[in-house]
Design a protein around this ligand. Structure first.
Ligand SMILES: C[S@@+](CC[C@H](N)C(=O)[O-])C[C@H]1O[C@@H](n2cnc3c(N)ncnc32)[C@H](O)[C@@H]1O
Length: 278
């Protein structure tokens, strides 16, 4: 079953959290460490999103996400970095386009770096392939990103950031995400990994989060509810980051209060961030 299309959700609060972290991680890895890096995106989506096109304009989820940050003059510096990257995809001051995770990586990574994108949905894989065009840094495959990851680690550069952003449209995505992360950390222990997951009613994801916390790795667990954690549907989102840059905890801690005020509904459960050192 492949009915999920991320265009319906582009630029929402969950994208803000995951793409903010992606920008901060990539900027750190290229600026502070300098050497060639491989960016691997297991669930890439179509690449970029036209927010006025039919899918994105249907629910207008970006209105309660990136749009709430767009015209603010008081953004904390980490959020400013993220919004600047989104601005680089918009020719005018109007918010018309939103970059997905592969587009964000391709904007930050220069010619020395390599990028690998996997997307299973035929339509989104084809849009992604068209968008990448002849960019020699990038390989795109219409393939199962969980399976592909097994085959490509460790990368030749021995430095990589892996973004794992499943739709969780099928329940098996939860177990597959955990196994993919566990296997990848065994094969390539020094990689940086970010796994996104939805915050559902507390009971629905507690087993999943427990398994993440039990992993014997250096990690950062960020949870960002935009509603109270009881009730139906997605209440917010979480990120589990393995081998995070040392500065990331502080960067996120500094800007999450601002983001929560900007994006969460009144009565939302509080955000949290926890470091776990192996
Ligand atoms: C949450 S979206 C990704 C959004 C994207 N990372 C971004 O930031 O714009 C999840 C994507 O994974 C795709 N997908 C679902 N199962 C997959 C699998 N096993 N392997 C690769 N892609 C998959 C879906 O078609 C969808 O485009």
């Amino acid at each position: 079953m492949l009915s999920y299309r991320h265009a319906f959700h582009a630029g929402n609060h969950a994208d803000v959290l995951k793409h903010l972290a992606e920008v901060l991680i990539l900027q750190y890895l290229v600026q502070k460490e300098g050497k060639p890096l491989r960016y691997i995106d297991t669930h890439s989506g179509p690449g970029t999103y036209a927010l006025r096109a039919s899918f994105s304009s249907k629910n207008r989820e970006f209105k309660s996400g990136i749009a709430r940050l767009w015209d603010r003059g008081d953004l904390p510096s980490p959020v400013q970095h993220y919004v600047d990257v989104v601005r680089s995809f918009n020719a005018s001051s109007e918010l018309l386009f939103y970059p997905g995770s592969p587009a964000i990586a391709s904007a930050i990574l220069g010619a020395a770096h390599r990028l690998q994108f996997f997307e299973l949905h035929p339509a989104d894989a084809s849009i992604l392939g068209g968008w990448v065009g002849r960019d020699r840094r990038i390989k795109v495959a219409q393939a199962d990103g969980f399976l592909a990851l097994k085959a490509i680690l460790p990368p030749p550069e021995r430095r990589a950031f892996v973004m794992i952003d499943p739709p969780y449209e099928v329940k098996t995505d939860y177990d597959r995400a955990i196994s993919a992360l566990e296997n990848s950390c065994k094969k390539f222990a020094t990689g940086v990994y970010a796994l996104w997951y939805p915050l559902l009613d507390r009971d629905d994801v507690s087993g999943f989060v427990k398994k993440l916390k039990a992993m014997p790795v250096k990690s950062l667990l960020v949870e960002f509810p935009v509603q109270s954690l009881t009730g139906d549907g997605m209440r917010g989102s979480g990120l589990f980051i393995v081998n995070p840059p040392w500065i990331l905890h502080k960067q996120l801690e500094d800007c999450l209060p601002y983001l929560h005020t900007a994006l969460a509904e009144s009565g939302a459960s509080p955000w949290s961030i926890r470091s776990h050192r192996e």
